[in-house]
Design a protein around this ligand. Sequence first.
Ligand code: ADP
Ligand code: ASP
Ligand code: MG
Length: 432
Amino acid sequence: MSLLVLKFGGTSVADLERIRNVAAHVKREADAGHACAVVVSAMAGQTNQLVSWVEEAWGYKARSQNGAEASALYDTREYDAVVSSGEQVTSGLLALVLQAMGVNARSWQGWQIPVRTDAAHRAARITGIDVIEIKDRMLAGEVAVVAGFQGIAPGNRIATLGRGGSDTSAVALAAALQADRCDIYTDVDGVYTTDPRVVPKAHRLDRISYEEMLEMASQGAKVLQTRSVELAMQRGVRVLVRSSFEAPDLPGNGNAETGEGIGTLVCHEDEIVEQNVVSGIAYARDEAKVTLLKVADKPGVAAQVFSPLADAHINVDMIVQNVSEDGRSTDLTFTVQSADLDRALEVLTKAKDAIGYLDLRGSTDIAKVSAIGVGMRSHAGVAAQMFSALAEKGINIEAISTSEIKISVLIDAAYAELAVRTLHSLFGLDGR
Ligand code: ADP
Ligand code: ASP
Ligand code: MG
């Protein structure tokens, strides 16, 4: 007997028929004698609907719909109260469907377990999960159906974990339960060399290291939420990304016990035999660029810009600073999530006097494209190859950032797909 966590995303629970299909996957594992916890997302599209209701209620329209009309700084505790509700529906429905199939099951909201989080509403971090009761029940044969994406923050209020957060709920639960595996069921059968919806020549990886998956996720491959990978790496959780669309009663060619051959196993680097220099290409179109013009070039100014953003829980990604010719001022460009752009602009407008800048601009028509691979540690020249290939296609690079195993470039959004396809071919990843 194993202890398993199974997570099903929005498209996998999109309607009752899909929920029945999920229940059949769960029943297969429960019938095999495994103790199961199932984490569910809201039905596909539901969370977006809830977010738009919150914004409408507050009178705020996102920039993409013709500029902000009211403050983007709404009460995030009420956002969480509304937006967490999608998972309440699917967890209850799945428990009912399982019961109707004769499987002993009970639903759990984040606060009932409880899944404790910090106070960063809208993008909270899990601080601890008390699994004693659900583990006892699981070991006694009851399937725990857990609402993903949510927990309980200090002050006894519901908190959500950031978009895509059910992945993190699942991995955190697997870590707390000391589960044998965490299966992430989604609408693709694993992690591909790039988004298979953009590049049909992409191929599935049998294994990917935590480090590479972390870079892939943080650079835009939304198949797993970044925090879930971070947590899996820290806690050594074996994550298997697999398809919920495969027939539940057919185990396929893979090994049902280890998951080998079924999807993509996210694991330690030393468990992977064959390594390419570049393992995957990721892209993100949901980032926005913020530029501060003529900022005084003096010590402490970067802190004055980035501290209020951090206080508002806005994550900053790439940062570029250009010193002007007179050496006294600088232009500062950085990227944030598009969903945070209006809040970032508002925060920086409020801090204008403290920072001292001439003008503030925001734009969303940018994309970030990244090449990722642990092989970069031991191979020189990857960046040069990448920049030449993009130049040949006439793609201009606005900013660059690198890590030991990643090179990212910021480009015009219109060229995103061309850049992804170009790099996918360049690094020998096309259909194998
Ligand atoms: P879920 O609703 O199950 O959480 P998501 O939509 O969040 O699913 O993530 C799955 C999607 O991630 C896929 O449909 C695919 O388009 C996208 N994706 C992006 N990059 C990759 C990649 N490298 N490998 C697999 N899928 C990817
Ligand atoms: N339902 C949430 C979202 O759409 C969480 C998730 O799907 O993981 O972001
Ligand atoms: Mg997801």
